[in-house]
Design a protein around this ligand. Sequence first.
Ligand code: SF4
Ligand code: SF4
Length: 228
Amino acid sequence: MIIGDLKNTDEILDSIDDAKKVLVMGCRGCVTICQVGGEKEVALLASQLRIGDKARGRNREIIELTIERQCDAEFIEPILGKVKEVDKVLSLACGIGVQYVSDLGLPTPVVPGINTTFLGVNLDTGLWKERCQACGDCVLEITGGICPIARCSKSLLNGPCGGSADGKCEIDPDVECAWQLIHDRLKALGKLENIERVIPARSWATSRDGGPRTRIREDLRSISREEG
Ligand code: SF4
Ligand code: SF4
């Protein structure tokens, strides 16, 4: 899922300073699961903003709305009226949701309330770790299900680098060496020979280096056209 952190209050206040009516908009997707941008967090932030405004003698309207997903036309279209009636949207979705609403061509500016950080897993309450960088050409089958791009500090496709000690990465003794993890997992799987398999130099065009990516599924598009 996509992980994010709430921006600090001063930054948020600065970003909506010029607005008389603000819509704090949450999303029930990943940001709800990582407890940064769901209904509960929207209510909390909206209350803080109202209290802050009151303390400063400022009279403005803060309204709240949380929708299923901010990155999906299906859920955005029904609430366009609400977006149009405010001076600014403060979105607690990830950067994708912020841009989706912002790109609709409406005059209402949309500002982010959270910093989108990474694609990761929820390991425990309040504990998330990065697991994938969406490279578009997955090698997990070779590396025993451990991503060398997201989890090795140098994103080495062929590791280790020689700097690991006691299973930890040389950049930080609290970070596990991804290539140690890959070695141990391959051994447990009985596929240790994979460690000597050289992953050839690859085209990173499938990753961000090829520019913004578009994915088209013609089978789904044609069904959608048929349904009208
Ligand atoms: S190899 Fe690429 S797609 Fe697979 S987990 Fe790593 S970054 Fe994600
Ligand atoms: S020590 Fe391990 S995780 Fe760190 S950069 Fe080297 S190979 Fe990657």
